[in-house]
Design a protein around this ligand. Structure first.
Ligand code: RNT
Ligand code: ZN
Length: 436
């Protein structure tokens, strides 16, 4: 156990160091406390959901690898896992739910049939925890998504099916927001695209625009529901063309006043979404971020405290737009303790915001405006070795959550006590079961 007194002493030392730069750490912590990260439920079960007992992510250009024990297979397990993760995070979070995670009670409810009642137990759960929620239509892992076109499909039956699904998610999300007293962001991401060079990109994009227009034709109060659209550069099986490209959704969102969702794994590897924030906010009211970590061709690794997340947080803090940028996580890795992965990513994101809030931005701006480029760079470098970790530990301490490495032990204990006792279902044992 890390000693409480030691954390307090380290904090006093850090406080003095930041104060010498004109930064008040107490004020910083109260700002940090207002940042509610939306935790993505799908890291806990590899984007499986509860439509069938052993539902698995299928297609859509996204993939989970890894067979770590203890994947959540029931709503009860998933809720326990998320609550465990939240108990290891200082501050308040939100829960980001996909439509396939409804409380279907073992019944086969197709996507064009979902209703508020299938999500009422989630709303009640969120009420009990005093947290907000976010929502997403699930336009993948379904036979109607098998040919990789949903809202932009040339097949009217398929298109209408997905239009109905997304309309229903908006209705459900609006009701969630109403009951919870905080707006729910309903984020639309579709897998539509093609593996090889298509001849007709245009019709798919026209169809997608038409589908979205129809979906959004129903208005809901902004205090309940906020609509957001998420672009992508490419996915597995949509390498040559993605219908919902960045340009497509940027145009759509600006014209129709929707939120733009920027997923940090959905751009060219050297492109940083941090740079896009102050551009897009000139033209839309709010953004949603899917904080992720791209590695080569894959966009969904566990978020770590790297340059990319630092730039995202710095840009938001420096532009003073914390109230216009909604922060959610989006990755899925089944190769390590899934709840541990959720906590690592959430903590890394909080740390990045803390780091950004601890910056003496005013002073750096003055250097910049007076051409003191050496001083600007020198201080930016110095800040990297200031004791921001001690401030984070103290933030954990005052929130009664484990500080420093203590959370690792908690995850290890949870693995032994809970996760290891769940029946393992992996691809191999499933195949063997099917063969029986
Ligand atoms: C996929 C998108 C999308 C999904 C989730 C599960 O590339 O990032 O946000 O990850 O909806
Ligand atoms: Zn995403």
């Amino acid at each position: 156990m890390i000693d409480k007194k030691a954390i307090e002493n380290e904090y006093q030392n850090a406080k003095a160091q930041y104060s010498a730069l004109g930064v008040n750490t107490n004020e910083v912590l109260s700002k940090l406390d207002k940042i509610n990260i939306s935790l993505h439920c799908w890291q806990a079960d590899d984007v499986g959901g509860f439509e069938t007992p052993d539902a698995e992510l299928g297609g859509g250009g996204i993939q989970v690898t890894g067979n770590c024990q203890g994947k959540a297979k029931t709503i009860g397990q998933l809720r326990n896992d998320i609550e465990k993760a939240m108990s290891l995070l200082p501050g308040k979070q939100r829960l980001n739910l996909h439509a396939i995670y409804g409380d279907f009670e073992g019944k086969k409810i197709d996507r064009d049939q979902i209703e508020v009642k299938h999500f009422q137990s989630w709303i009640d759960w969120a009420k009990r925890l005093g947290i907000g929620m976010d929502f997403n239509p699930t336009c993948f892992s379904h036979p109607y998504a098998d040919d990789n076109f949903t809202l932009s499909s040339k097949d009217r039956v398929i298109r209408n099916f997905w239009i109905e699904h997304v309309k229903r998610t908006r209705k459900i999300a609006a009701e969630m927001g109403k009951q919870l007293g905080t707006p729910v962001i309903n984020n639309i991401w579709i897998p539509d695209g093609s593996k090889d060079t298509p001849v007709d990109r245009n019709t798919h994009r026209t169809l997608l625009k038409e589908s979205l227009d129809e979906i959004f034709s129903e208005e809901y109060p902004k205090k309940y529901l906020k609509d957001s659209v998420e672009s992508k550069l490419f996915g597995i099986g949509s390498e040559s063309m993605v219908v919902g490209s960045h340009e497509f959704y940027m145009g759509y969102a600006v014209k129709n006043n929707k939120l733009i969702c920027l997923d940090s794994g959905h751009f060219h590897p050297t492109e940083q979404i941090g740079d896009k924030i102050s551009s897009l906010l000139q033209f839309v009211e709010e953004l949603l971020l899917h904080v992720s970590r791209g590695v080569r061709w894959d966009s969904d690794h566990v978020v770590i405290f790297n340059d990319e997340i630092q730039l995202i947080a710095q840009e938001i803090v420096r532009a003073n737009v914390l109230d216009r940028v909604n922060i959610g996580l989006d990755y899925f890795d089944g190769s390590l303790n899934r709840i541990g992965a959720l906590v690592i990513g959430a903590r890394a994101t909080q740390l990045a915001f803390l780091f950004a809030l601890l910056e003496p931005t005013k002073m750096l701006k003055e250097f910049e405006e007076s051409g003191k480029n050496f001083e600007r760079l020198a201080f930016l470098e110095l800040l990297k070795t200031k004791p921001f970790g001690a401030v984070y530990d103290y933030y954990c301490l005052i929130n009664n959550v484990p500080a420093g490495e203590d959370y690792i032990k908690e995850i290890q204990k949870y693995e032994v006590d809970v996760l290891s006792k769940r029946t393992p279902v992996n691809n191999l044992s499933k195949k063997l079961m099917e063969a029986d």
